[in-house]
Design a protein around this ligand. Structure first.
Ligand code: FES
Length: 121
């Protein structure tokens, strides 16, 4: 008798959390999100916010890779959240983009760029 290996059905996320108005240091919240389907970073962020509205992120603007409002760091790389897929079984880290002034959690001020020497977009 053979047993079929069950495919992974969750994504493990290390989510950057920091509210400089109330906290001294950033931290990572580790979250396990159940899904059997791939989903975009943008949808994942929306779902994490829906589960806990204290998690701050930008929600969709154009949702087709044109506006840049979903720019975040995925595993240390800059990505457009609306056009980057995460698959069940992946372990990821989400950070705010370092090229702009940080506001809270994953939210940055796109009107206020900061120097990121050595950072590639
Ligand atoms: S939502 Fe506009 S580029 Fe992603």
């Amino acid at each position: 008798m053979t047993t079929q290996k069950k495919p992974p059905d969750e994504i493990t996320i290390r989510l950057f959390r920091f509210d400089p108005a109330f906290e001294q240091e950033p931290r990572y919240e580790v979250i396990t999100y159940a899904t059997e389907e791939p989903l975009s970073v943008m949808v994942l962020m929306q779902q994490l916010h829906a589960l806990d509205p204290e998690r701050a992120c930008r929600t969709s603007m154009c949702f087709k890779g044109a506006c840049g409002a979903c720019l975040v760091q995925l595993n240390g790389r800059s990505v457009l959240g609306c056009s980057t897929l995460i698959r069940p079984g992946e372990e990821i880290r989400l950070d705010p983009h370092p090229g702009f002034k940080h506001i809270r959690d994953l939210v940055v001020d796109f009107s206020n760029p900061v120097s990121t020497e050595g950072e590639s977009p």
